[in-house]
Design a protein around this ligand. Structure first.
Ligand SMILES: Cc1ncc(COP(=O)(O)O)c(C=O)c1O
Length: 384
C-alpha cells in the first residue's frame, strides 16, 4: 500500500466553495436570527422566485419543501397517486425515487437502464406502460438528462403524467429543436433535492417541487402545510414539509454561483476524460458518455470499471482517494421490495452497472494535480 497523504483527495470537499461565500452566508444568518423568522416566509419566497428565473418557469410554479424525498412524495400526492396505481421508473437510482411511490401504496414498475447514460431506457420504459400506469418517473441521474422529448407526446396521449426526479440535476439541460429544456421542467412536475452534497446544497435537508400547471402548484403549496390553504382549515390531508428560512437564504446565495460551479464541474470532467485517454486505460475504464444535445453537469463523475471494481475502490481509499459506489444494489433487488416479485437477472444492465460503477471526486475547487494523482493511482492499480 502506498500512503500518499499529501495528495489525499476526498470524494467531496464543501469547504473549498464555502470559502467563496462565507461572508455572505454569515450576513444572511445574522439577518435571519435578527428577524427570528425561521420557517417559510420571505426568505423562502425570494429563493422560489429566483429558482423560477433560473429555470425559466412561470412565477408561482416553484414550491420549496423539506427534502428531495418530500418533493417526490408531494409530487406523487399532487398527481393523486394511490393504492393500485403503477408508476414506471428506474431501478438504478437512490432509494427515495421508489420509496415514495411505495409509501403511497402504489406499485413501482421498473424498466432497465441505458448502459451508456445510466438513465432509464426509454424504449424499455414505454413497453411497461399499461392502463394501470398513472405516472412515468424518470431520474436525470448523476446530472445528465433523459431525452424525454422522445416519449412525452405518447405518454400524454395515453394519459400518463411525467414526474421528473431532478434531485441530481439542478441546472442540467438539453437542446431540443434548438430550444433549451431544463431538467425538472420538461414533464408535469419536477423534483429537486438540496441535500448538502448536491450541486446546489444547503446546510441541512431541503427540496423543491415545480409544476407547470398553476392549480397543481397551488395544491403543492397546500400539501406542504398539512393540506391547509387558510391556517387551521384543511382542504385535504397533506404533510409537514416546509423549507426553512436558513436553508432558503443559503441556497439563494449559492444559486448565484451555480452556473460557475456547474461549468467548473464540466471542466473537471473534460480533464478526467483527457487524463484517461492519455493513460491508455480504455481496456479497464469507460468514462461517462454524454448524449448529443445534453449539458451534463456532473453532479457525480461516474466511470465504469469492467473488472475488480471493489478491489480498485479499496486500493484508492487506502491511498487517500475518496471514491464511492452509487449504487451497489438496484432497487428491484432490495429486500424491502421483495414483495414486488422481481429477481436477479430481470434488469441486466442495472445489475451490471451496480458491479461496475465508481464515482470519482468532482466538486468546485478540485485541482488538476489532484485529478492527475487519482488517474495515476488507477493506472498503477491496473498496470503494475
Ligand atoms: C435521485 C435522487 N432522488 C431523490 C433523492 C432524495 O433527496 P433527499 O435526500 O433530499 O431527500 C436523492 C438524494 O439523495 C437522489 O439522489
Amino acid at each position: 500500500m502506498e500512503m500518499n497523504i499529501n495528495l489525499a483527495v476526498p470524494i467531496l470537499d464543501l469547504k473549498r466553495s464555502f470559502s467563496e461565500i462565507r461572508p455572505e452566508v454569515f450576513g444572511a444568518l445574522e439577518r435571519i436570527f435578527d428577524a427570528q423568522s425561521f420557517v417559510l416566509g420571505s426568505e423562502v419566497s425570494t429563493f422560489e422566485r429566483h429558482c423560477e428565473k433560473y429555470l425559466e418557469i412561470p412565477e408561482g410554479s416553484a414550491v420549496g419543501c423539506a427534502s428531495g424525498t418530500d418533493a417526490l412524495l408531494l409530487a406523487l400526492m399532487a398527481a393523486d397517486v394511490k393504492e393500485g396505481d403503477e408508476v414506471v421508473t428506474t431501478p438504478f437510482t437512490f432509494f427515495a425515487t421508489s420509496g415514495t411511490i411505495a409509501r403511497l401504496g402504489a406499485k413501482p414498475v421498473f424498466a432497465d437502464v441505458d448502459p451508456d447514460t445510466y438513465n432509464i431506457d426509454l424504449e424499455h420504459a414505454m413497453s411497461k406502460i399499461t392502463s394501470r400506469t398513472k405516472i412515468f418517473l424518470p431520474v436525470h441521474l448523476f446530472g445528465q438528462m433523459c431525452a424525454l422529448e422522445t416519449v412525452r407526446d405518447e405518454l400524454s396521449n395515453r394519459g400518463v403524467k411525467i414526474i421528473e426526479d431532478a434531485a441530481q440535476a439542478f441546472g442540467s439541460s438539453r437542446i431540443v429543436d434548438k430550444n433549451i429544456e431544463r431538467a425538472g421542467t420538461v414533464g408535469d412536475i419536477g423534483c429537486y433535492s438540496f441535500f448538502p452534497t448536491k450541486n446546489l446544497g444547503g446546510c441541512g435537508d431541503g427540496g423543491m417541487v415545480v409544476a407547470k400547471d398553476p392549480e397543481t402548484a397551488d395544491r403543492l403549496k397546500k400539501l406542504r402545510v398539512h393540506g391547509s390553504g387558510t391556517t387551521y382549515y384543511h382542504d385535504e390531508i397533506g404533510i409537514n414539509s416546509r423549507l426553512d428560512a436558513l436553508q432558503a437564504a443559503i441556497l439563494d446565495i449559492k444559486l448565484k454561483h451555480l452556473e460557475a460551479w456547474n461549468e467548473e464541474r464540466i471542466k473537471i470532467a473534460d480533464y478526467y476524460k483527457l487524463l484517461f485517454k492519455a493513460s491508455d486505460l480504455h481496456d479497464f475504464v469507460t468514462v461517462p458518455k454524454v448524449l448529443d444535445g445534453n449539458r451534463h453537469i456532473y453532479h457525480q463523475y461516474v466511470i465504469r470499471v469492467n473488472s475488480r471494481r471493489d478491489e480498485l475502490m479499496n486500493y484508492m481509499n487506502e491511498n487517500g482517494f475518496g471514491v464511492r459506489v452509487y449504487y451497489p444494489l438496484p432497487l428491484h433487488l432490495q429486500p424491502c421490495f421483495k414483495y414486488l416479485g422481481y429477481k436477479e437477472g430481470d434488469f441486466p444492465q442495472s445489475e451490471k452497472l451496480a458491479h461496475e460503477v465508481l464515482a470519482l471526486p468532482v466538486f468546485p475547487g478540485l485541482r488538476q494535480e489532484e485529478q492527475e494523482a487519482i488517474v495515476d493511482s488507477i493506472k498503477k492499480f491496473f498496470k503494475n
